[in-house]
Write a protein of this length. Structure first.
Length: 267
């Protein structure tokens, strides 16, 4: 498989025909020896994809891009929560470019959603960031549903570029190459800007960009917090650490650093 566009933007790129999980493999290699910043592993056949919190990321062979990027930049620990957000922003741009007629947005922290003609938001991409304690690098994994057909969608809440375009003639490798190149370029560009700003998300422009691209801001949300706690309120912003600010009905504002957000439609 040829990925000329992705090869041109990744400092080091390996394309693999099939693998359990690109993140697990890049993390395994990183624990053996530190890899250069921008090392990329990608496949169109990931057989044991991982989501957050031990959930699964599922895609039939050849229908989705799985890409993992080694982030070994000098950002400082406080900036690390921004990496999954960077992954989401890069994936959002890549999908928006492939779907110019669609509304594509980020759901905090890092899901990419497409609004269908029926007004329902469906997930087209997800991000998993894994911190490797031995080297301090982060493996940033991004999955994008490219040529999945409607019958292939793993969950009813999913969609793909092909489903949204309404055509089934797309060349899978060409499309995946274009998406991969956009994702890798978008990740490395934002990480470089964050590093240049000394890890300051506001100074690097990242905070402002995330506020603009994140459909969660301004929405009424339900947040499942670790420990089965639920928070309901309006997402009012992001703080400098990348946490989402949720204003609850009692007037309090809580900064949520980790949780699963549901956009509420009718409350
Ligand atoms: C994610 O987790 O969204 C992170 C997905 C990261 C995948 C990439 S691919 C490259 C790298 N290598 C890996 O092994 N992983 C990364 P989370 O927010 O926990 O969402 C998982 C949930 O999304 C599942 O429980 C399903 O409900 C749903 N889901 C599973 N597969 C999906 C798909 N292909 N498209 C949309 N939704 C999916």
């Amino acid at each position: 498989m040829d990925f000329p566009l992705a090869s041109a933007v990744a400092p080091l790129l390996q394309v693999i025909d099939s693998i359990g999980s690109t993140n697990a493999e890049v993390a395994r290699r990183e624990r053996l020896a530190a890899q250069p910043h921008g090392t990329v592993l990608l496949t169109l056949d990931q057989t044991a994809g991982r989501g957050r919190l031990d959930r699964q990321w599922v895609a039939p062979p050849g229908t989705a891009l799985a890409v993992s990027v080694v982030i070994a930049a000098d950002l400082g620990t406080a900036a690390l929560p921004w990496l999954p957000i960077i992954g989401g922003l890069a994936a959002r741009d890549a999908v928006a470019d492939a779907l110019p007629a669609s509304v594509v947005a980020v759901k905090w922290p890092n899901d990419v959603l497409v609004s269908g003609a029926d007004g329902v938001e469906r997930k087209i991409a997800g991000v998993l960031a894994e911190f490797i304690t031995t080297t301090g690098a982060v493996v940033l994994g991004i999955g994008v549903n490219t040529t999945m057909r409607r019958a292939d969608l793993p969950v009813p809440t999913a969609t793909s570029i092909e489903v949204e375009l309404g055509v089934d003639t797309t060349d899978a490798v060409t499309l995946a190459d274009r998406i991969a190149a956009d994702v890798i370029r978008g990740v490395l560009r934002r990480v470089a800007a964050l590093a240049d700003a000394g890890g300051d998300a506001s100074g690097s422009g990242l905070l402002g960009e995330a506020l603009g691209a994140c459909a969660t801001i301004g929405r009424r949300v339900r947040v499942s917090l670790p420990g089965d706690r639920i928070l309901t309120g309006v997402a009012s912003g992001l703080d400098a650490s990348g946490a989402i600010l949720v204003s609850t009905d009692d007037g309090a504002t809580t900064a949520v650093h980790a949780g699963d957000v549901t956009h509420l439609r009718y409350e």
